[in-house]
Design a protein around this ligand. Structure first.
Ligand code: SF4
Length: 414
């Protein structure tokens, strides 16, 4: 048993192997995909419901993911969205708090991380973070989204968990009642490994300090071969699944993400999304709520480290390709994950508004100070006003409504 494996509950570790899809090799991709008709869609839905990681599901998903960005594909995804969640466009008033960019890893796409003492390196004090949290609450935020680099110095009394708990306690004090959406599966596992304690102790400690839900970031592409090239130091795809299984079982909801448009094949994209379905099925079988939404995160190359940027050969996302993927994700995820969010940071607000026509129903958050993707050279900006988000939905003549992190109604007094 490896040191990492010991961090997990045995049930989560066993199940993580079962849920992880093994994508077909790229050579099996259909040269000319079959037209994606109602019959194929139904076959896919039946196969996915029966066994998301089966050969049947993977083969049908490969057909779907070979579809070009046609008007027919857009309409199918748009109808599916309409059927599942109606016309309402939602958004959340939130603030990002990236408390440090010190990080001991070196992911090939990351322009955010710094070594301590390097140009642009920072590690904010609790005082600074509390001021920002209080300001966000005054501006009507219902959520703080808290993520940071993997900083081994982030300890209190020799414990990483105590530092992360103190961070949540401080934010809760500064912004009472604001939902704390914090710490990726990678950060959660990092805390467990720093303190040599089980992941379950980390989850329980953070929940006791007010953790409300977790971002499903650090998933990148849930495929070990892609991760070996993209982020070899990061937790493995299997470990990501194991953390999510345990978080869901502990009563935490999470988002689900896919970072796309770099080294991955369409089969690997399909495998990733089928893995998300398998995880959602496990959550529902155990009466857990599981994933709350799916967020597509297109790769931004502009300021990313040179090696990957040159290999991908594109500074900004290919919008048409990302819209096709948006539609394919809507058709594949079906009723398993019904809320789909584009990233206005990565696509710009105009691109994200267009994604609302390709299967999305949510515009994400105001963010107030996005810094991770902006460091990579994204063109969408670092914040959106409520008026801008509402105006974007209005251009499509769709109703728009503020939501909570977990897609509930926002009380009138907020
Ligand atoms: S993506 Fe996260 S873990 Fe990877 S280098 Fe950047 S900050 Fe560190």
């Amino acid at each position: 048993m490896s040191a990492t494996q010991e961090s997990f509950d045995p049930w989560a570790w066993r199940t993580s192997e079962v849920v992880l899809a093994t994508p077909q090799p790229a050579s099996t991709a259909p040269a000319i995909p079959l037209p994606w008709d109602h019959q194929l869609q139904q076959q896919l839905e039946r196969a996915v419901a029966a066994a998301p990681t089966s050969a049947d599901s993977l083969a049908l998903a490969a057909e779907l993911f070979a579809q070009p960005p046609t008007e027919a594909l857009r309409q199918q995804a748009d109808h599916r969205r309409q059927h599942l969640v109606g016309d309402l466009v939602t958004y959340v008033v939130n603030r990002n708090l990236n408390f440090t960019n010190h990080c001991l890893q070196h992911c090939s796409f990351c322009a955010f991380r710094r070594d301590p003492g390097a140009d642009g390196a920072y590690w904010h004090s609790f005082d600074t973070l509390q001021q920002r949290a209080a300001e966000a609450a005054r501006l009507g935020a219902t959520e703080l989204c808290i993520q940071g680099g993997l900083n081994p110095q982030a300890q209190l009394d020799g414990s990483a968990l105590r530092y992360y708990q103190a961070l949540l306690d401080a934010l809760r004090q500064a912004a009472p009642g604001v939902h704390l959406h914090a710490f990726s599966p990678q950060e959660l596992l990092f805390i467990a490994q720093q303190d040599s304690i089980p992941l379950q102790a980390v989850l329980e400690g953070l929940i006791a300090s007010g953790l409300g839900s977790i971002p499903g970031t650090a998933a990148e592409v849930l495929d070990e071969a892609v991760r070996a090239r993209l982020c070899p130091e990061k937790l493995s795809a299997r470990e990501w699944c194991a953390v999510v299984l345990q978080a869901h079982r502990s009563g935490l909801r999470s988002t689900a993400t896919l970072m796309a448009g770099h080294l991955e094949t369409s089969q690997q994209r399909a495998g990733h999304l089928l893995t998300l379905v398998a995880l959602q099925q496990v959550a529902w079988q155990h009466s857990q709520a599981g994933f709350s939404e799916f967020v597509l995160l297109p790769f931004i190359g502009a300021q990313a480290p040179a090696a990957l940027r040159q290999r991908v050969g594109r500074d900004q996302p290919d919008l048409q390709a990302m819209l096709a993927l948006t539609a394919q994700a809507r058709l594949l995820l079906g009723h398993w994950i019904v809320n789909h969010q584009p990233s206005w940071v990565k696509l710009t607000l105009a691109g994200a508004t267009e994604a609302l026509r390709w299967g999305c129903n949510d515009l994400g958050g105001t963010l107030m100070e996005e810094s991770i993707t902006s460091a990579a050279g994204a063109l969408g900006g670092t914040a959106q006003s409520v008026e801008a988000l509402r105006g974007a939905a209005a251009t499509l003549q769709r109703p728009v409504q503020q939501r909570t992190t977990l897609y509930g109604a926002v009380p009138a007094c907020v």
